[in-house]
Design a binder for this molecule. Structure first.
Ligand code: FAD
Length: 391
């Protein structure tokens, strides 16, 4: 008997270093995260403050960035780490993605040297938590329409508006907030660093979620928030700046979502081998095997695509369209796998005793954030036809 990973022997495509780091993350996840995840999910909590320093110590926060206390690993290694975290729960990978690929990457790419020195080592160590506020109540797929505004008042900036669905939002020490500004009469989107506790800035955790329950999601409000001149990320200019960060986070999902799929498959195969129906194990029926074979095939193809995209990124030649293709494929196939696994588990599949429905529910969010599946279809459609079908 082989595991779905062994079936495709994808490990031979990894270096010894990559395997070692991946196995270290897997061991941490097995010891520190997996035993608690069902309880966190059921309670709708995530101990972000407690876990952040541990994730920092492992080098997982801003893992692929260089300097400022970051580990400076390859992109593929970062992807593999995301996969191990998301095998436990998409909420944990979300926390790490938002901290490293969104908040830290925004500061790393567009921040001043002072901003980098102030925030990156703290965020890398998990002594501070960051979030990334782009989405608004009325603007998700079309963030360019955002209403949040930062206006000059003397040397200061005054920020007004609201952000919604912000991961880590109410536990963050610093929020990277995207706002419209005016520059010589033209509207330009720029990033601002807003520390927690700044007067006029409030963050409220959102509840009643049926997906990513083990993840902090918040609404951010900015009511005449006065910020010093140096709160702006000086290198940020236009929507391309937040979109560049999103492409980084999406890359982690290309690998991560497959971790959720892998976990569903492993637990389902184990279940099917021991569950007896009509006097023999469920795994011995052709219908079950057809389902398992098809799911394993999609997992294997997804893993090969993820590794290919990882290698392209490590060579510095990956395109946003390739990352879109990977994100679309991994999330779409992972959610299909999670749902099909649920059918094999029957009634047991709807409980938190097995990871499948928790993963399927989480993957609803993963399919939607960092660009919905439809948005990535439009990205690929535009690349293939040169016709923009967004509007
Ligand atoms: P909409 O944009 O309203 O889309 C609704 C539907 O319309 C979708 O099916 C979409 O694909 C479709 N659609 C949109 N445009 C088109 C089109 N042109 N043609 C055809 N169909 C279209 N945002 C942040 O900024 N920071 C975060 O940390 C963050 N964390 C999140 C955490 C969670 C748990 C969730 C659920 C969301 C998070 N988001 C975050 C927000 C997320 O990025 C948005 O939900 C996403 O961009 C989609 O926006 P929307 O929900 O407004 O959907």
């Amino acid at each position: 008997m082989v595991t779905v990973e062994e079936l495709f022997a994808t490990d031979v495509l990894l270096s010894e270093d990559e395997r070692e780091i991946r196995d270290t993350v897997a061991a941490f996840a097995a010891r520190r995260l997996r035993p608690h995840i069902a309880d966190w999910f059921e309670a709708g909590t995530f101990p972000a403050r407690e876990l952040a320093p541990e994730l920092g110590e492992l080098g997982l926060l801003g893992m692929h960035l260089e300097g400022y206390g970051c580990a400076g690993t390859s992109a593929t290694t970062y992807g593999l780490a995301c996969q191990e975290l998301e095998a436990v729960d998409s909420g944990i990978r979300s926390m790490v993605s938002v901290q490293g690929s969104l908040a830290m990457t925004a500061i790393y790419e567009f921040g001043s040297e002072e901003q980098k020195q102030q925030w990156l080592p703290e965020l890398a160590a998990g002594r501070a938590i960051g979030c990334f506020g782009l989405t608004e109540p009325d603007f998700g797929s079309n963030p360019g329409g955002m209403r949040t505004r930062a206006k000059r008042d003397g040397a200061d900036w005054v920020l007004n508006g609201a952000k919604m669905w912000i991961t880590n939002g109410s536990v963050s020490d610093v929020a990277v907030v995207w706002a419209q500004t005016e520059d010589e009469g033209k509207q330009v989107i720029r990033g601002f660093l807003v520390p927690a506790g700044t007067p006029g800035f409030t963050a409220r955790e959102m509840h009643r979620k049926l997906s990513l329950r083990a993840s902090v999601t918040a609404e951010l409000d900015f009511d005449d928030v006065r910020l010093p001149a140096d709160a702006v990320l000086p290198g940020s200019r236009g929507l391309a700046s937040p979109l560049a960060c999103l492409s980084e986070a999406r890359f982690g999902i290309v690998f991560g979502a497959l971790g959720a799929a892998r976990e569903c498959l492993a637990s389902t195969i184990e279940y099917a081998r021991t569950r007896e129906v009509f006097d023999k194990p469920l795994a011995a029926y052709q219908l079950t095997q057809a389902k398992l074979a098809d799911m394993a095939l999609e997992f294997g193809k997804g893993q090969l695509l993820a590794l290919h995209i990882g290698r392209l990124k490590d060579r510095g030649v990956v395109t946003p369209e390739q990352v879109s293709a990977g994100k679309l494929n991994s999330t779409r196939e992972a959610i299909a796998i999670a749902r099909e696994c649920r059918t094999i588990l029957g009634a047991n599949g709807i409980t938190l005793d097995y990871p499948v429905l928790r993963h399927a529910n989480n993957l609803e969010s993963v399919l939607t954030y960092e660009g919905t599946a439809e948005v990535h279809q439009l990205v690929l459609g535009r690349a293939l036809t040169d016709a923009n079908a967004f509007r």
